[in-house]
Design a protein. Structure first.
Lengths: 141, 143
């Protein structure tokens, strides 16, 4: 992937979308990797007892996808500085999720070339279920 | 068999008594941890060999540990409300990360619509040199 440079970034520009379809298997892998064994994420009966149609995709897994969206974009010479998310809606296994981002501001601060972004996870209905913000640092040419 | 691993309190004061309680956990970042994380989220980026993806901080070092403080819930339903991560230094293969999780805030946001508690956990992650590599905040909504 080509390195993106601070010089070329424009406020308002979209960054390349990342697509993921987490399955039940992904959720079990995530539970093992994260140590988050809350039944809501792998036991359908338990999830239904709390009023959900199915098990839910872990919010932190969505945050991990959003972090990948950013590391893919900033490349080897860039750095992800901050990620902040709000969990507003649920995602279910088998749904195609789109991770998207838009540049809101570019500026220099403390000797770094920083870019603020609006980021979010979009579900198949086109709803922003996990909106958030991020700050990344990019190299100059 | 369906299980429920959660613990419940009878009063808000019982939950409040946990404020300020913390727990520490140590994780060695070896190649397996990095590989398993990348396989799990499906991140094929070749950069993640000697450097761990920053997203790793969102998983292993965060969720289980903060929950191990054992703060009881007051209401039946709980979901993650939001989270923030700040990354100061990349985590490298071979680093030993010590994380301190603290139950730092309890906000009562109940209204006529129903009860709602916000439980805020703050975590700091340091490497074997004592350098702060990341901090994170996780909010659980209990309603």
């Amino acid at each position: 992937m080509a390195q993106v440079f601070f010089d070329d970034v424009k406020e308002g520009q979209d960054i390349p979308t990342l697509e993921k379809t987490p399955t039940r298997r992904t959720l079990v892998m995530w539970a093992g990797a994260s140590g988050d064994f809350f039944e809501l994420h792998y036991d359908k009966e338990f999830a239904q007892s709390l009023g959900n149609p199915d098990v839910l995709v872990h919010g932190r897994l969505e945050a991990a996808y959003l972090t990948e969206l950013l590391t893919d974009w900033v490349g080897e010479k860039g750095l992800v500085k901050k990620v902040s998310v709000q969990y507003r809606g649920n995602a279910f296994p088998g749904q195609k999720l789109l991770m998207k981002g838009k540049v809101t501001k570019k500026y220099q601060q403390g000797g770094e070339n920083l870019v603020d972004l609006e980021i979010f996870v979009e579900n198949p209905e086109g709803k922003k279920i996990t909106p958030g913000t991020a700050v990344v640092a990019l190299p100059k040419k | 068999m369906t299980t429920d691993s959660r613990k419940f309190a009878k009063t808000q004061d019982e939950v409040k008594a946990y404020l300020g309680k913390s727990i520490q956990e140590v994780m060695e970042i070896d190649g397996t941890v990095i590989r398993q994380y990348c396989e799990c989220i499906g991140d094929p980026n070749p950069m993640w060999k000697d450097t761990a993806p920053p997203g790793l901080v969102t998983t292993a070092m965060i969720s289980s540990g903060a929950m191990l403080i054992g703060v009881p819930l007051l209401h039946k339903r709980s979901v993650a409300g939001g989270a923030d991560w700040e990354f100061f230094k990349p985590i490298k293969k071979g680093d030993v990360i010590t994380t301190t999780h603290e139950f730092s805030e309890l906000q009562d946001k109940g209204s006529e619509k129903g009860p709602r508690l916000l439980m805020v956990y703050k975590s700091s992650h340091k490497n074997q040199k004592g350098e702060l590599v990341a901090v994170s905040t996780n909010t659980i909504m209990n309603f």
